[in-house]
Design a protein around this ligand. Structure first.
Ligand code: PEP
Ligand code: MN
Length: 265
């Protein structure tokens, strides 16, 4: 169902404040990796909004590599993120990690995120396919393009066709200077194969803030329908993913460059 051959027109996802996909659907999403507190996420929402983002991201349920790392604020995090998004007139996206929390996450969010680690959690994909929430499906770190398309198919098969895909970097042998390998060519390849919008995530692809702007530009130049980035006012103190967070001024410069590039494409 995701195939371009089957359905040639671009999928366009409409959120209250945002259009994702199609000729008018270039989207900027930004926010902290984790929702850290009510006041912090409110502050980050203002930064995101001032930089031109219309979707506020933030994790309330965090898929951490170590069980001893911060796991997220849970339902409180959902509330704080919702409130911050509403204050700025933005839409909200947040990750749902398991079926157990799907209902409560849906109560708060405009868009669901399926993380890289859950891309092939087929029971979660099936459950999300039964909801009416738009979904951002992130590419697994060891997933091929066909694996990603098949994962999207699990959602579509349940009746939910509001799907966007995210290139967030894949594991490579050389992870000394970049967290993952940003597969920028996946953007035009996916556009050829599928009608779903593609959002690039240079933050998780690179893992270092200074590489985020160049790769946001590369993703935009390659035809992405949007960019999602992590921001933080004090990256050294971030609860998660500090090294890749853009400080507010850097974020503003990045969005200016990305929007200017997108305008001339
Ligand atoms: C995130 O968006 O914070 C995240 C955990 O991303 P990924 O699933 O791509 O690692
Ligand atoms: Mn993160």
């Amino acid at each position: 169902q995701g195939s371009r051959a089957f359905h040639p027109e671009d999928t366009v996802i409409k959120l209250p404040h945002t259009t994702i996909g199609g000729p008018q659907g270039f989207t900027m999403m930004a926010g902290p990796c984790s929702v850290e507190s009510e006041t912090h996420v409110a502050k980050m929402a203002k930064v995101a909004h001032d930089g031109g983002a219309t979707v506020l991201r933030g994790g309330a349920f965090k898929p951490r590599t170590s069980p001893y790392s911060f796991q997220g604020l849970g339902v409180d995090g959902l509330k704080f993120l919702r409130q911050a998004a509403d204050q700025q007139g933005m839409d909200m996206i947040t990750e749902v990690m398991d079926e157990e929390h799907l209902e409560v996450v849906c109560q708060y969010t405009d868009m669901l995120q399926i993380g890289a680690r859950n891309m092939q959690n087929f029971s979660l994909l099936k459950a999300v396919g039964k909801t009416n929430k738009p979904v951002l499906l992130k590419r697994g770190m060891s997933a091929s393009i066909d694996d990603l398309l098949n994962a999207a198919e699990y959602i579509a098969a349940g009746g939910n066709h509001q799907i966007a895909l995210s290139e967030r970097g894949i594991r490579s042998f050389d992870d000394k200077y970049t967290r993952n390998l940003f597969d920028v060519s996946s953007v035009p390849v996916l556009h050829k194969l599928t009608h779903y919008p593609i959002i690039v995530d240079p933050s998780h692809a690179e893992g270092h803030w200074d590489l985020v702007t160049p790769m946001a530009l590369a993703g935009t130049a390659s035809g992405a329908d949007g960019v999602v980035v992590e921001i933080h006012d004090n990256p050294a103190k971030a609860f998660s993913d500090g090294p890749q967070a853009l400080k507010p001024e850097i974020f503003k410069e990045m969005t200016k460059e990305v929007f200017a590039l997108h305008d001339v494409l």
